[in-house]
Design a binder for this molecule. Structure first.
Ligand code: APR
Length: 246
């Protein structure tokens, strides 16, 4: 069922879509909402696990205090993701890597749905829920390659304990990820911001960098965000309904 008719693109955006070579897309949890993945904010509530707010259970402090507990939380989230499929928004964005000469996809999402839709070389600012990283040797492995010991995956290279390869609250982004995203944003002509509340930095600075570099910045979101006033154009609607129209 279609909600209110999504706002259609202006002539300026149609022209930019026709001429742009360097295009950046930044996505957030909203792009996966139509696949059934809950967003973090919006609707006024945030996720709670075993009585712990999302920001606590997904924090560096929690990792130090209760590694098996953190794995339980991420196992729970992975189980819920196991049957989830990419939606039309993921598929349109995947097709854009063929449509534009120099296309960069930057995501805050850890759900791997962009990759499942066919997107390649995705810049994952917050990691990936299907991977683990060794505390000792820092090696990354797909979870399916690993065996568990005491509810914690063990590194097949050094035998050390593994942690989710996800950026937790209070942690730095993966080395180079933000720098690559910022570099692409600083020379793009068109930047789309899809399904993010734009309150978490440094991810939310990507469209600001693009705007400062003269790019045409477009937001796709059913709700306004702190970024809306900075955008050249706001397409109000669900990503899975708006993006196929572009
Ligand atoms: N299409 C487009 N946007 C949508 C849709 C949809 N179908 N449904 C919801 N949205 C919008 C909401 O209006 C909201 O602005 O998606 C946004 C989701 O915002 P958040 O839940 O805050 O998610 P995100 O911006 O990705 O959060 C950033 O914060 O919690 C951390 O690490 C986590 O990566 C996450 C980061």
């Amino acid at each position: 069922m279609l909600t209110a008719t999504p706002t259609l693109a202006s002539e300026r955006l149609v022209e930019r879509l026709a001429t742009a070579k360097h295009v950046v897309v930044l996505t957030g949890a909203g792009v996966s909402a139509e696949s059934g993945v809950p967003t973090f904010r919006g609707g006024g509530s945030t996720a709670v696990w075993r009585g712990l707010p999302f920001e606590v259970i997904s924090s560096a402090g929690m990792l130090a205090r209760d590694l098996p507990g953190v794995w339980e939380w991420f196992n729970f989230r992975r189980e819920r993701l196991a049957s989830v499929q990419p939606n039309r928004a993921h598929k349109v964005i995947a097709a854009w890597q063929e449509r534009f000469a120099d296309f960069t996809l930057v995501t805050q999402n850890i759900d791997n749905l962009h990759q499942q839709a066919g997107s390649r070389a995705v810049i994952e600012l917050h990691g990936n829920i299907w991977r683990a990283r060794c505390f000792d040797c820092e090696t990354r492995h797909e979870l399916r390659e690993l065996r568990m010991a005491h509810d914690v995956p063990v590194c097949i290279d050094c035998g050390g304990n593994m942690r989710p390869d996800v950026v937790l609250f209070g942690e730095m982004l993966p080395p180079g990820a933000f720098e690559r995203a910022a570099a692409a944003a600083s020379h793009c002509e068109l930047c789309f911001v899809v399904g993010t509340s734009a309150v978490v930095y440094p991810a939310a600075s990507i469209p600001e960098i693009a705007r400062a570099a003269g790019a045409y910045v477009v937001e796709v979101n059913p709700e306004r965000t702190p970024l809306s006033d900075l955008c050249d154009e706001v397409l109000t609607g669900k990503a899975g309904e708006v993006l196929p129209l572009l």
